[in-house]
Design a binder for this molecule. Sequence first.
Ligand SMILES: [Zn+2]
Length: 252
Amino acid sequence: MAECVSTHQHDRTQRLELDDATLREWDAQVLDVSDAGIVLDRSAFYPGGGGQPPDHGVLLWGGVQTRIVGCRRGDDLALIPAEGDPVPTVGTAVRGAIEDERRSALMRTHSGLHLLSGVVFREFGCLVTGGNMEPLEARMDFNLPEVPEGFKDRVAAACSEEVALDRAIEVSTMSREDAFAIPDIIRTATNLLPDDLEVVRIVDIVGLDTQADGGTHVASTRQIGGIELVKVENKGKGFRRLRVRITDGPMS
Ligand SMILES: [Zn+2]
């Protein structure tokens, strides 16, 4: 699912999760506190975007815990504290920690959707028009005029094959010019790169799917687990919705 980032910096906050999706704990300093939330100099909280919801976690400081339940993306990335929790003041040194179970599930789910969109494009030539995910559950919308005979079974079989192949999932950045030279990048119908974007973050399931993307992903397709196709829905002319569930599947 496409979401593009120009740098791994969001105004005053360095976005650690874009360089290392496995990072779960880090040290940071509070730069700002307002009604919008808490701004850190360094954060691994995924703020939401491209269909992937924001992380949950905690800030630990002076023996106190602030639960983080979301993020507001404005000029700054402002972490939203749980209602009633104590909030650190500007200048406080904090230890940030991501709720691992939720984030790891979202990484598997997000990567699973990329795999699914790659498979559906390869097998049926149709484009992704939208999608959304929760941990281990997702939907993806396709532009597909007719549902061919055996569509669901064929997609399911291809997905489990791609998981078993354990393809590497690689993240890189490249110039806008280089990104546009990759034909696959522009095939996602919703993926229109903003004009002022000079550096594009690329998520590549090697040999299957290349997209401009700002999300967090697992390192290879086997880490996704199983991709169970729950339902194919007809939402109108050429508009199909696939509902999937990520299962423990054939993880090694
Ligand atoms: Zn994505």
